[in-house]
Design a protein around this ligand. Sequence first.
Ligand SMILES: Cc1cc2nc3c(=O)[nH]c(=O)nc-3n(C[C@H](O)[C@H](O)[C@H](O)COP(=O)(O)OP(=O)(O)OC[C@H]3O[C@@H](n4cnc5c(N)ncnc54)[C@H](O)[C@@H]3O)c2cc1C
Length: 407
Amino acid sequence: MVTDFDNLPADSAAKDPSATTPPTALAAMIDLHHPIKASVVDWAHRELAPTDLDGRDERCEFWHDGWQAAVDKGVLGLMVDPAYGGLGADVVTGLLWYEGIGYACPDAGLVFALACQGWTMQPIVERFGTDEQKATYLPALVDGRLQGAFTITEPDSGSDSFTMGTTYTANDDSYTINGTKAYVTMAPEADVFIVFATKDPALGSWGVTAFLVDADTPGLTVSENRPKMGLRTTPFADLMFDNCTVAASQRIGPEGSGASIFSSAMEAERAFVLAGQIGAMERQLDTAVAYARERQQFGKPIGDFQAVSHRLADMKLRHESSRMLLYKAAALAESGRPSMEAAALAKIQASEASIASSVDAILTHGARGYVTEFGVERNLRDVAGGVIYGGTSDIQRNIVARMLGLL
Ligand SMILES: Cc1cc2nc3c(=O)[nH]c(=O)nc-3n(C[C@H](O)[C@H](O)[C@H](O)COP(=O)(O)OP(=O)(O)OC[C@H]3O[C@@H](n4cnc5c(N)ncnc54)[C@H](O)[C@@H]3O)c2cc1C
């Protein structure tokens, strides 16, 4: 398939983002083929062309070679300070990279795994960790010696995340954690977790503290990978803490600051995690347009039927509006202005638009859209989780409604 990306020269801008002037959100928003994104697409087409994706999807198997290729490129250190081995990129450059990776790499599980670590784990350690925590964990998370995961959800605490049952007790120079965390992306692979626990559930959000917990800490057990509908190549598991004791130096921020760390770290990042999915929407559209041009019925390409071409126009509209909201949230976050409402709108739009467009892509491909070997139906399964992780669409609408003075 020939796409507009094939006609663009690969630019060096994505090789060393810290050496170039950061792009503005507006430049990224209006240029679908921004040179930084085009360069990442070029690289990812070569290095992230997945092997045995159907088989790994069926077996729920992570793509280690793809992860390593991304580590070698610097993806895990994309926005991390060069002092810790990162590339020091700004948010807009980071989003362009993830869009490019999502466009070129159909292994959405790999893209999601990279995004989860890149947008949640690294920034929390970098923004809220002590100098010692940063020196211990960041270089290793960037160069692939360690993999990290972020865990707040529990079996009985999802959207109501600060009403948690995982508790900690303070000892002389340590903390002991007890409880269960659920649905943790990358848990079976992770070497270290950011864990939110409460001193006392009655304290609500004021009782929550964040900790760095190494996976081999006695008292911590990780469940088997839990098979799921989509993103099946991202492993996903539960954590059981049974008198799991960590040194006091593993606490992130002061006691009781966990809720504010979580809220500030997730303010816009809950939308940024979807940049790869927005890139995938663009690939889906290009593929559907190419198919509509090529597939003949009643003696002409199906794209000549207005019903089909309008469906593709709707896919285009959903993709463009998702990008615009994403880069609006990025512009606000980058300039230090509140981005919670913009990020909530971007997350609702990108996640729900991806589902609608995945259904339209299936319809456009007819039976080929429904048969696994053509890879079209996998998109629908992969994107369905987007309306749940990082706060459900209902919770995002609650945020928007509160900003409107309702609720
Ligand atoms: C693919 C995937 C990856 C994930 N990765 C992680 C991870 O790495 N780390 C982690 O900690 N968690 C992770 N999660 C868990 C995710 O964050 C939670 O599933 C999510 O916050 C929702 O919680 P819940 O599933 O308990 O649903 P619930 O909170 O029980 O919600 C059930 C339904 O009730 C609705 N609802 C609940 N409260 C309200 C309200 N106040 N107003 C309106 N509607 C409401 C919800 O919108 C939803 O429709 C992941 C989930 C998925 C699907």
